[in-house]
Design a binder for this molecule. Structure first.
Ligand code: SF4
Length: 364
């Protein structure tokens, strides 16, 4: 993992494509390592709740220059106003990304969310999640396969999966990556998070981001193309991105740091903001960007020729904040998942600790 060969994602606090919003803190599950506790702050009046959420969307657009509204919780499918909120975000020309445990997801719900304008759904389905199933990797893959079929039938909403990288199942991780590759016609986004004390996770399950990244490199045969550093250790990685290019479920290439950077910079030049959730396969073809080198031109040509049968899959790892010995919090630079709380952008993963008195501010 050579930082010099990767694109250093340049997002800042106020020029950052991701806006994070939580529609409820309620959830049916009690997953190991979840950072969000049910909060007494939830607004019970539905009219006032919708007004506040729309105001937050407007503030995120104005304050942060977002491209995507990430909608989370708690469990967002428990919130009755979800479709209206998605439609509102779309009216502001935002992509929408929904983080859900999918317990309440069925064809009719997906259809309604599609009609409201949902761009992408990221499903958290993992082991040790306090659901009845899955309890084994085989059951987990069966559950994920059922979601893949549901999204294939839908055909319009992008599908991703998120899960914590836990030491107790990591020897089985190659089965997961093999599954994601085999289903790359429909799975475009795979996210792992790491457990840490600061995140509320059991410390003995923590895997360093380097170890997770090495497993991805080994299973895909590709190198990472982009990263976000830690705020107090710029030589350490907080977010690590691989973009694999697959055909018929097999990895046939990947984006280099230069390719990924060209796509981001071109999107920023044309759209006036950075890219978080592509609405098509434009990430692979550099969003129509002029190739920056002979290799990139060949790559673009290859991609154009293969476009009909090629898929891309973003595989990323997010390393949650580290509490340093001197009391500082080593978080992700610019905190792409920052949430608005009392008018300030704050890291959502340690919001409950901030409410409890932890002093943290997003510097840049
Ligand atoms: S610091 Fe921000 S970006 Fe990093 S894990 Fe926490 S919320 Fe996500």
């Amino acid at each position: 993992m050579l930082l010099s060969e990767m694109y250093r994602i340049p997002w800042t606090k106020n020029d950052n494509p991701n806006g994070w919003i939580e529609v409820t803190t309620e959830c049916q599950l009690d997953c190991s390592g979840c950072y969000r506790a049910e909060s007494g702050d939830d607004i019970r009046d539905p009219v006032e709740q919708m007004r506040r959420l729309k105001t937050d969307v407007d503030t995120l657009v104005a304050m942060r220059n977002i491209q995507t509204l990430s909608i989370a919780g708690g469990e967002p499918l428990l919130y009755a106003g979800l479709e209206e909120l998605i439609s509102y975000a779309r009216s502001k020309r935002l992509a929408t990304r929904l983080f859900t445990n999918a317990v309440l997801l069925d064809d009719a719900t997906l259809d309604s969310l599609t009609k409201a304008g949902l761009t992408e759904m990221i499903i958290h389905a993992s082991l040790w999640q306090e659901r009845l199933t899955p309890n084994t990797m085989a059951e987990l893959l069966k559950l994920k396969a059922a979601y893949c079929d549901m999204f294939r039938a839908n055909g319009r909403v992008r599908l991703g999966f998120i899960e914590p990288a836990m030491r107790r199942f990591w020897d089985q991780a190659p089965l997961l990556f093999e599954f994601y590759q085999r289903n790359s016609d429909i799975v475009s986004n795979v996210v792992f998070t790491t457990f840490k004390d600061a995140y509320g996770g059991p410390a003995d399950q923590h895997l360093p981001i380097e170890e997770v990244g090495e497993m991805i490199e080994r299973c895909y045969g590709t190198s990472p193309c982009a990263y976000i550093p830690k705020v107090h250790h710029p030589d350490k990685v907080a977010w690590l991105l691989n973009v694999a290019v697959l055909q018929d479920g097999k990895v046939v290439g990947s984006l280099s740091g230069r390719d990924y950077g060209a796509a981001q910079e071109q999107y920023r030049a044309v759209m006036g903001k950075y890219l978080f959730t592509p609405e098509s396969d434009d990430l692979v073809t550099g969003l129509g960007a002029e190739p920056q080198s002979e290799e990139a031109e060949q790559f673009s040509e290859l991609m154009r020729a293969l476009r009909a049968s090629v898929n891309h899959q973003v595989v990323s790892v997010v390393d949650s904040p580290q509490l340093l010995d001197d009391g500082r919090v080593d978080m992700c630079d610019s905190c792409p998942d920052a949430i608005l709380y009392q008018g300030e952008l704050l890291p959502k993963c340690i919001l409950d600790k901030i409410k409890g008195g932890l002093e943290v501010h997003i510097a840049r």
